[in-house]
Design a protein around this ligand. Structure first.
Ligand code: KG4
Ligand code: ZN
Length: 342
């Protein structure tokens, strides 16, 4: 069986995406329709709104990817879909579309683990094989470290015990009145701030917690810098613009510091020398800079996908080609597994 072109579908959260990729991992077409504008006023993803938007967008997004690739549906040899983890209603839209196409075109159906795909985004932008590696996934829903022996063999080393790093960015941005999604907003505000202005906690370092993470205390610490507990004006933001910038910068520095130190620890303990970083927060310039300088100092190899492949996309779903090569196709019984998945 020759795979010439695979169609990949992503609808786990609030991005509707599709891509057409060939067996040499060349991207022939790729489209992402973001829903940020629909969720902005709620400062977080509203699941029901997300599912409805996926229903409206999924076919146009697939069509656009095929158009870019210059092919018709009949020229697709396999269809792959992210079926875990994510929001149930959102996942169902992608899975239904993929199953329908698989039946109608009589081509294999493949499953994509969205977290593993975030790491595979590094492979999509690297010229050499990135495996084996330590994989750090930092997204809106997850903050996890994996030992990735090959694209089909991931072992969890540690994960957040409360908030994900991206979730903390989103909540802190909301507290600071910076808008949604919070990551890019904090990054922008932080450029004018002093990362040493506020002392903020870095949880679970110094031996405790192994390779797990915790960000909820950091979030609370930021809250108390805005207004102390018990203050009647707790919900009213009264910070000057420079204080907002300083808090954004100090918060960002705390997250970056924890992520970099845990990644270093994972590399040391696993005796691996390559680090691959994926997920929306990996688009953050301060994190990229810190990881780059740490890698240089330690002499290990670092792969971070370009920002457009860090946030949710379907190109990273090319990991499904590895499953197809391994004969791991799915039946129509394939279901969604929303989570919790670390
Ligand atoms: O991977 P992703 O697109 O979706 C999930 O699978 O969750 O990640 C989205 C998360 C959001 O929390 C967003 O605020 C964060 O990634 N993010 C960033 C940046 N861009 C997106 N966080 C920090 N800095 C950024 N530049
Ligand atoms: Zn994601």
């Amino acid at each position: 069986f020759v795979i010439r072109r695979i169609l990949t579908i992503e609808s786990t959260c609030d991005e509707t995406a599709a891509a057409v990729i060939n067996e040499r991992l060349e991207v022939l077409g790729a489209t992402v329709a973001t829903q940020h504008e629909l969720h902005e006023r709620f400062t977080g993803v509203v699941p029901e709104i997300a599912s409805r938007a996926h229903v409206e967008r999924i076919l146009p997004v697939i069509d656009e990817s095929l158009r870019q690739a210059g092919i018709t549906l009949a020229e697709i040899d396999a269809v792959a879909v992210a079926n875990t983890p994510g929001l149930a209603g959102s996942l169902l839209v992608g899975l239904s579309a993929a199953k329908a196409l698989s039946v109608a075109l009589d081509v294999p159906l493949l499953a994509i683990n969205h977290l593993q795909a975030h790491i595979y985004a590094c492979q999509m932008s690297a010229s050499e094989n990135v495996f084996p590696c330590v994989g750090l996934i930092v997204s809106g829903g997850h903050t996890s470290l994996y030992r990735c022996d090959d694209p089909l063999d991931f072992t969890l080393l540690g994960a957040t015990i409360d908030d994900a790093a991206g979730e903390a960015f989103d909540k802190v941005a909301s507290m600071l009145g910076l808008g949604y999604p919070g990551g890019p907003a904090i990054e922008k505000a932080a450029q004018a701030g002093d990362p040493k202005a506020y002392r903020l906690p870095r949880a679970m370092l110094n031996g405790e917690g192994g390779l797990d993470f915790s960000f909820s205390g950091l979030k609370t610490a930021v809250r108390y810098k805005i207004a102390p507990p018990g203050n009647v004006e707790f919900n009213q933001l009264s910070l000057e613009a420079n204080e907002v910038a300083n808090l954004a910068a100090s918060f960002q520095e705390a997250v970056v510091d924890v992520l970099a130190r845990k990644a270093k620890k994972a590399l040391k303990e696993s005796k691996l020398t390559t680090l691959c970083v994926g997920g929306g927060v990996a688009a953050n310039a301060a994190l990229r800079q810190r990881l780059t300088s740490d890698a240089k100092a330690a002499g290990h190899t670092l792969h971070i996908a370009p920002p457009s492949l860090c946030t949710d996309n379907a190109v990273m779903g090319a990991i499904a080609i590895e499953r197809l090569k391994g004969g791991m196709t799915e039946s129509l019984e394939l279901d969604i597994v929303p989570g919790p998945v670390r």
